[in-house]
Design a protein around this ligand. Sequence first.
Ligand code: PMP
Length: 386
Amino acid sequence: MDMNVIYLDTASSTPVAQEVIDVMLGYLGAGSCYYNPSSAGHILGQQAADSVLEAKSVIANLLGCHSDEVIFTSGATEANNLALRGIAYAHAATGRHLVTSLIEHKSVLETCHALEHKGFVVTYLKPNSHGRIDPETVQKALRPDTLMVSLQYINNETGVIQPIHEIAALLEDAGVLFHVDAAQAVGKFAIDLEKTPIDLLSLSAHKFYGPKGIGCLIIRNRRYLKLEPMLTGGGQEFGLRSGTLPTHQIHGLKAALALACNCQTKNYTHVCDLKRQFIEGLQQSLSIKIHGDVAHSSPYIVNFSVKGISTEALINQLSAAVALSSGSACSSGTIDPSYVLRAMGIEGEDLYGAVRASFSQYHQYSEISAAVRHIISAVQRMQELE
Ligand code: PMP
């Protein structure tokens, strides 16, 4: 592991914060509360079950929902699957139409494709050239048999913020369920489900300094909203997601979420400064193009291309100095151009040169200026070679 590499790939994963690790240790080893929360027959299992209820209560308070609306999953991929398949299969008798967009995470897109094979009909909305989904296009896509609309809050490649509040309001009026993949938003943006009529919300702890392998699906009004479970077995999580609850992960998620939400404004301000510093630093020496709506963009993510430089060349040149991402899948050593940028109508040099940098509250200004220097000199080296 090279500690000198400047890590600008926090949108893909973050390390577990030390205070979060400390909390997790209370549920891991011998002498800790490692017991099975389903072992209700003894006081130790009961302690573990109580601790899960406490974790749910903390999470619910931070997001503005009720404790029994928090369903733990292995992450946002599973939460997205449960939301889409769970609603589709449970309500197939009343409707077979779903709406999503072309720029969702693969865990939504591939699940929608699988549902199409099972006889459901999916409308894939096209974003505008800035990567935003217009609420009007959502309204127009609705049909009498539409079960649910599933959209992300923040795009993981471009950082573009979707108009979630407007869309939530129009779907509430239309009486259509709304699922939001908030994997890149939770802990970074204020989310109050008490005020925003979102029915289902997916999140993942490893995006906000919690452990990998844990997330949740928040299901508002769970008592009345039917979902078909994907995992059946011991009937944990109200029968919606069987499997022994991973208490250490759950407490890791809880602690990470509390840490992120409590410092949210401070973190946001700092990350805004970092992003500005990064962009201005590059612009001083390079001709760069920023992809996505700059007026509606998460400070945590920037997607850009440098004139005349390919994604692959830049990422490879920098691999030992700055960890950047193509934002899209990497298969057999070549980087596929981003389907998100393609859907926005970006093509040619801009598409094949797109690179994502993602920031965090833990980055120092000095790291950002060092990363900028590395990128500029890598580009200059490549230009000289040409
Ligand atoms: N949705 C979005 C928007 C994401 O960025 C990610 C992670 N890349 C996921 C879903 C999947 O999350 P997980 O890694 O927890 O499965």
